[in-house]
Ligand binder design. Structure first.
Ligand SMILES: C[S@@+](CC[C@H](N)C(=O)[O-])C[C@H]1O[C@@H](n2cnc3c(N)ncnc32)[C@H](O)[C@@H]1O
Length: 283
């Protein structure tokens, strides 16, 4: 590799550190979030069909929307790239009768995901791997489908899409649920997100080029900001209130206030999209 190639490579490499992400999800302070989200660690989706849904019901709805978009068939192999404690992986395995490998960088999540799969009697079809999703221990073209369900912003979009392209079979569907920047995104928030939340966010306009470069054909981008962001803060407040006694066993009240501020600034600064793409058959 020439010096120029090396410099270009370094310039496009993400500055996100997987070990910092792992530390964040392993931290005890996160336990409150596992409780209020009922183990689905992503934002909720509300519309006229579920206007009064709780946070965990709306998070479940988002998983269902993603499952409905997936084209995975019975017996095929699906990869959950950033699986949390494994509830979405278990749900898609049940709904689609497929085999799922869930990848997480967090030891806490890996252990808990295995327990939850055992409790759901799904360990024969859902397997978990504690690994960096940028270097998955599997052969090229192993999977028939996959998703990044609110995870790619921790990994670096370019690198994560490159690895997804490596592990997916030609023609496989890739789904992505991701936060996006927009006109309301403050520079100060972007710095905070990078330094404190180990997250890097992009505008939706970057997606077609990134997908193309990684060898995917874009099928659709749904901007679902209005069904998600305006609802989150009141629902998170209600969730913290409901589980206050339990959460205060693990963390101080200031930690709850801190997390509420995080949700407020995420909702003020970011939008949300659902992306569907297919691994190109010939690149
Ligand atoms: C917001 S949580 C979403 C979890 C899950 N998709 C869900 O919806 O419940 C982000 C997830 O991404 C995972 N993650 C982030 N960076 C990762 C990396 N480099 N390799 C593997 N997993 C990663 C975290 O471990 C965590 O499970």
């Amino acid at each position: 590799m020439s010096k120029l190639d090396l410099e270009e490579n370094e310039a496009t490499m993400s500055s996100l550190k997987p070990e910092k992400v792992a530390e964040m999800y392993d931290a005890t302070g996160e336990l409150g979030l596992y409780l209020i989200f009922d183990n689905q660690l992503h934002f909720g989706y509300w519309d006229k069909n579920n206007p009064n849904a709780s946070l965990s019901e709306a998070a479940d709805r988002l998983t269902q929307i993603m499952i409905d978009k997936s084209e995975i068939r019975p017996g095929e192999r699906f990869c959950d790239l950033g699986c949390g404690v494994g509830i979405p992986a278990i749900q898609i395995a049940k709904a689609k009768e497929c085999f799922v490998d869930g990848i997480t960088i967090s030891k806490y999540q890996y252990d808990r995901a295995r327990e939850l799969a055992e409790e759901a009697a799904m360990s024969d079809r859902v397997r978990f791997i504690q690994s960096n999703a940028l270097a998955i221990p599997c052969d090229d073209a192993t999977y028939d489908g996959g998703w990044f369900l609110e995870t790619i912003y921790h990994m670096g979009h370019r690198e994560a899409l490159r690895e997804a392209s490596r592990i997916l079979k030609p023609g496989a569907t890739l789904l992505i649920a991701d936060f996006i920047t927009g006109p309301n995104t403050a520079e100060e928030f972007k710095t905070f997100a990078k330094e404190q939340l180990h997250s890097d966010h992009l505008p939706k306009e970057d997606y077609p080029g990134l997908l193309d470069e990684a060898g995917f054909d874009l099928i659709e981008i749904d901007d679902v900001t209005e069904s998600m962001m305006p609802f989150m803060v009141p629902k998170v407040k209600a969730g913290f209130k409901q589980y206050e006694t339990e959460i205060l066993q693990y963390v101080q009240r200031e930690a709850i206030d801190g997390w509420l501020q995080v949700f407020e600034s995420v909702c003020e600064n970011l939008g949300y999209i659902l992306v569907k793409a297919k691994k190109r058959v010939r690149s």
